[in-house]
Design a protein around this ligand. Structure first.
Ligand code: ACO
Ligand code: PYR
Length: 530
């Protein structure tokens, strides 16, 4: 095996499950394991058999893996027990997993304080447990908890712990920066010292992100000779998390020239895998996530876009496609002509880059951004603005007025309820039409009334769904008189999504503006006839 091969060990389902706010079901775990397997990760740590019913259910019916080895996690035997008579160790070693990973102490301070055992007994706990595990699984790994703190305090003892594991059959000894306080230069120095005792091809690294250095520390360990990296998807994990495999893998492969189990085509799935995890956790993906974030290759500054148009290398450290991401050109008050021209090309708007109307459009966007609009997250409103400026957007309807009433009252059953009612009046194909609708809130009522009046003429709107509604206060110092910005995300059944923006000192008015753009954009995209 090449000296450049680094093995990836994913702990999303174990250390990741220790993240505040994360609670995987056994089904979640199976789906994530399959996604990691497809990606080309070498080891997938499924959890701790015997620790909770979810992990028991997962190991009771493990997913079929084609490329990865499944690892079961546990701790070394309790003090004073034998390894084959330890009720905590038993479910781990009999889990049927290909690999058993046992965490054990390697910091003398932890032995005396946390375990309350003498240092020799801890060495026996490690050796006995590892030896016992080797009789039950094909491969055994020792996670040396607090290794770096231990090494700094008592290097001889920390190394003895590694030797106890290695000499008793551990395939890997993994140096854990459990408290996450070690810096890259220390990691590199200490790992280099360890490889004089245990060969680097048997040394792994497990870093926590408490100083935001988990990825840098893992890369430093590899530089010093370690050949296994433990980490998690999107950096999940106890406290500040673990080393983020999603950003670590491309750095390791594309920048440092190491090999992993991922092929170049597997790497193009990184963005998808990262976002699928966020989707499962019901949280928004981090926009500025390295490599895979929506903003990782988004260009906003006019100078940047002008140069990226000539050669993307001017402002991109790698081609976004290598990790399955894509380039994005934003239009905002930071934009120059190049941003506009690039954006027009993206939306298929045919305009000569030298057209003098572009300057007028730029002024209008900058003025609107000054008043609170933000177009870099509301592409559909920008497209409507640009196309309207060029006279391409028909007037599908003209709003004459709307009125919204909120009422809080007791109903006949004695419950306190709040209802909204909206009335809209529009001119539509030369006739005035009016509709009234109720909703659980004013925007909901307004949306319902607009649909009621527009649907008979534009059946396309049947297929318009509002999927997200966000309000941001732009002038909090003005308290309840503040200017608000509303962003609405809409979707249709074909899977198209688009975002629109509205701004006003009145939140209903701002919502109407964003709602109007959402409707008009849908009609325009569908080619609705006026
Ligand atoms: C660095 C890490 O992230 S390691 C992984 C940490 N993950 C978790 O803890 C999640 C899963 N853990 C659990 O579900 C529970 O803690 C269990 C089932 C493992 C143990 O639960 P309990 O038996 O109730 O023990 P509890 O968690 O309160 O305390 C841990 C015990 O293990 C002992 N212990 C801790 N580490 C080790 C070790 N490496 N080897 C042997 N014993 C250990 C502690 O001294 C303590 O013993 P005590 O009960 O005699 O005081
Ligand atoms: C094993 C582990 O999770 C740690 O030491 O951080």
């Amino acid at each position: 095996m090449s000296d450049k091969r680094v093995y990836l060990y994913d702990s999303t389902l174990r250390d990741g499950a220790q993240t505040q706010g994360v609670d995987f079901s056994a089904t979640d775990k199976a789906a994530i394991a399959q996604s990691l397997d497809l990606l080309g990760i070498d080891y997938i740590e499924g959890g701790w058999p015997g620790a909770n019913p979810t992990d028991d259910a997962f190991f009771g019916n493990p997913p079929t893996l084609h490329r990865a080895k499944l690892a079961a996690f546990g701790m070394t035997r309790r003090a004073g027990r034998s390894a084959d008579n330890d009720p905590g160790l038993a479910p781990v070693v009999s889990s049927g997993a290909d690999v058993i990973t046992l965490v054990g102490k390697s910091w003398d301070f932890q032995c005396t304080v946390a375990l309350g055992v003498d240092l020799d007994e801890n060495l026996r706990m490690i050796g006995d447990s590892i030896r016992h595990a080797t009789t039950k699984a094909k491969e055994v790994i020792y996670d040396a908890e607090h290794f770096f703190d231990g090494y700094k305090g008592n290097p001889d003892y920390a190394l003895k712990c590694l030797k106890a594991a290695h000499d008793n059959g551990a395939r890997w000894v993994v140096l854990c920066d459990t408290n996450g306080g070690t810096l890259p230069d220390e990691v590199e120095r200490i790992v280099a010292a360890v490889t004089k005792v245990v060969p680097g091809s048997h040394v792994g690294i497990h870093c926590h992100n408490d100083t935001e250095n988990a990825v840098a520390n893992s890369l430093a360990a590899v530089r010093a000779g370690a050949r296994q990296i433990q980490g998690t998807l999107n950096g999940l994990g106890e406290r500040c998390g673990n080393a983020n495999l999603i950003s670590l893998i491309p750095s390791l492969v594309l920048k440092m020239g190491y090999e992993t189990g991922l092929s170049a085509s597997d790497m193009t799935r990184l963005t998808q895998v990262s976002r699928e995890l966020d989707e499962r956790l019901n949280r928004a993906p981090l926009r500025n996530a390295a490599y895979v974030g929506e903003a990782a290759f988004a260009h906003k500054g006019g100078l940047h876009v002008s140069a990226v148009e000539k050669d993307p290398k001017c402002y991109e450290h790698i081609a976004p496609e290598l990790v399955g991401n894509h380039r994005k050109i934003l239009v905002s008050d930071q934009a120059g002509r190049s941003n506009f021209v690039a954006r027009f090309r993206e939306i298929g708007l045919d305009i000569d880059p030298k057209d003098p109307r572009i300057a007028g459009m730029m002024d209008e966007v900058k003025q609107r951004e000054f008043s609170g609009y933000s177009y870099d997250g509301a592409e559909a409103s920008f497209e409507l603005l640009a196309r309207s400026y060029l006279g391409e957007v028909p007037e599908y309807y003209r709003l004459s007025s709307f009125r919204v009433i909120d009422e809080r009252r007791w109903n006949a059953r004695g419950d306190l309820i709040t209802l909204s009612e909206a009335t809209v009046k529009v001119s539509l194909r030369d006739a005035t039409q009016m509709a009234v609708a109720e909703g659980n809130g004013p925007v909901n009522a307004l949306d319902a009334a607009l649909r009621k009046v527009l649907l008979p003429v534009y059946p396309e709107l049947q297929d318009l769904k509002l999927v997200d509604y966000k309000v941001r206060i732009l002038t909090p110092e003005a308290a309840t008189a503040a200017v608000t910005r509303v962003l609405i995300e809409s979707a249709d059944r074909r899977g198209n999504t688009w975002t629109t923006v509205g701004v006003s000192g009145n939140v209903i008015d701002a919502s109407y503006n964003a709602l109007r753009d959402a409707i008009v954009y849908k009609l325009f995209r569908d080619g609705a006839s006026v």
